[in-house]
Write a protein that binds this ligand. Structure first.
Ligand SMILES: Nc1ncnc2c1ncn2[C@@H]1O[C@H](COP(=O)(O)OP(=O)(O)OP(=O)(O)O)[C@@H](O)[C@H]1O
Ligand SMILES: [Mg+2]
Length: 274
């Protein structure tokens, strides 16, 4: 079960986030980055945050603590921005909170080094959950106390937007060419050997149990929340087995040139010994 707290104060919106997450304080005296059920991305992005965030942690990657946050929209009454007001009004009930890391810096691949082993683990994990949101454009990695922290898993597992296609998603390749850690020589073979055997049905069942029923209720084609949980387990279990062999990094051809800016390409070429 996801621990549950109640929001006591809406502090400020985080303008850099596409979904307009906000900083809130809660009755456990914690400060959280809150993702709203009423945001355009919808509750599936919250499900993705929980499953991918918990799975990453279970595999030894750093992800800030996750909680469910009960919101009474009345706490936003003094908020003057109509967009924020609308979001709060649409998000009564259970929302997602991620422990706020004070003073964390956005990851900058020119200012912070990571080793091939850690880069490999992160890229392999992102391939497993099909994360399209860890590119040099939008790294969704923070540096806090000198270490790398993973945030923002709302855009993972896009197959859950079309369940009939989900079984086929297990065998889909992952193009990591624009991944922000692609230039750190990710040790993908090492990561697959270490992590794939740990993604067991048992672990996945524990992870999906953390998703609150109210974000799974009423999913078309399923007979209740547990059936949806089961569907997540099956895709991730099947994907874990072979995804390591289906990751491509930096393999761009003349007719498919890299979209990365010059400084990323220079680093890629240097790593490739060109
Ligand atoms: N736990 C945290 N601690 C400190 N800062 C955070 C935390 N989570 C998010 N942030 C900051 O807030 C920004 C927006 O958060 P996040 O990326 O999760 O939101 P989003 O709306 O999903 O964004 P995106 O635009 O990537 O879709 C991050 O880029 C980061 O600067
Ligand atoms: Mg983000």
């Amino acid at each position: 079960m996801l621990p549950e707290v109640t929001a006591t104060r809406y502090v400020t919106p985080l303008r850099e986030g596409g979904s307009l997450p906000g900083i809130v304080e809660a009755d456990d005296l914690g400060t959280y980055v809150m993702k709203f059920t009423g945001a355009g991305q919808g509750r599936k992005s919250l499900v993705a945050e929980v499953i991918s965030g918990r799975l990453a942690r279970a595999l030894g990657l750093r992800v800030p603590d996750l909680v469910g946050i009960r919101l009474d929209p009345v706490i936003g009454r003094a908020e003057s921005d109509p967009e924020v007001q609308g979001l709060l009004k649409a998000s009564g009930g259970l929302n997602l909170g991620m422990d706020y890391l004070p003073g964390a810096l956005g990851f900058d691949p020119l200012a912070f080094e990571t080793d091939a082993a850690e880069a490999g683990r992160v890229v392999w994990f992102d391939a497993l959950v099909g994360n399209v949101d860890r590119s040099w454009r939008n790294p969704n990695l923070l540096v806090w106390h000198g270490a790398l922290w993973l945030i923002d898993h709302g855009a993972t597992m896009i197959w859950h937007h079309n369940w009939p296609s989900a079984p086929a998603a297990a065998a889909k390749p992952y193009d990591a060419s624009d991944h922000v850690l692609a230039t750190f020589s990710p040790d993908l073979a090492g990561a697959a050997a270490e992590l794939a055997p740990r993604v067991t049905e048992e672990l996945l069942t524990e992870v999906v149990a953390d998703v609150p029923d109210e974000w799974l209720d009423g999913e078309p084609g399923f007979d209740g929340p547990d059936a949806v949980r089961r569907a997540y387990v099956e895709v991730l279990r099947d994907r874990a087995a072979g995804v390591g062999d289906r990751i491509t990094v930096g393999e761009r051809s003349a007719d498919k040139p890299s979209q990365a800016p010059e400084w990323v390409r220079v680093r890629l070429d240097r790593k490739a010994g060109k």
